[in-house]
Design a protein around this ligand. Sequence first.
Ligand code: HEM
Length: 141
Amino acid sequence: MTNAGTAVSMYERIGGAPTIERLVESFYARMDTLPEARTIRAMHAADLGPVKDVLKRYLGEWMGGPKLYSAERGHPRLRQRHLGFPIGNEERDAWLSCMRGALDETVADRGARAEIYELLARLADWMRNREDIPHDARNAR
Ligand code: HEM
């Protein structure tokens, strides 16, 4: 997430590492328990520890914090990394439902929350890879 024209990154705006930590914990706690997230939970390993760690690094960097994700994993190539998991509208909605709840719970700044959600919703949309979903790969970011 870029922050052109502003002095403060989104990362700083929401409270840095402790907020990212709480956000990701809440996100996966929801994925672990919400009935509508059962399908996407099943795509993940039994132990969510490692992926929690990766998502914390990723989101921190994405919001303008320390580059902990790319230092370890290189370019995100997120869509490519998700190709092994069948993601359609239902899976996207389940992911976003977990994320919305987690944002509401852990990010106090309502404006920041809305901005983050909107951008993540676009990313989640882009992550869909089922054959029945038309995508124009040339518009990929
Ligand atoms: C749209 C629905 C989505 C589903 C169903 C989904 C599912 C998954 C699954 C199953 C994994 C692998 C977990 C493992 O290794 O055990 C994963 C990894 C990951 N996901 Fe998603 N994901 C979705 C959207 C997103 C979005 C929108 C983001 C961006 C914030 C994201 C960020 C990541 C990251 C950073 C990883 C780790 C990638 C790596 O290995 O470097 N995912 N996801």
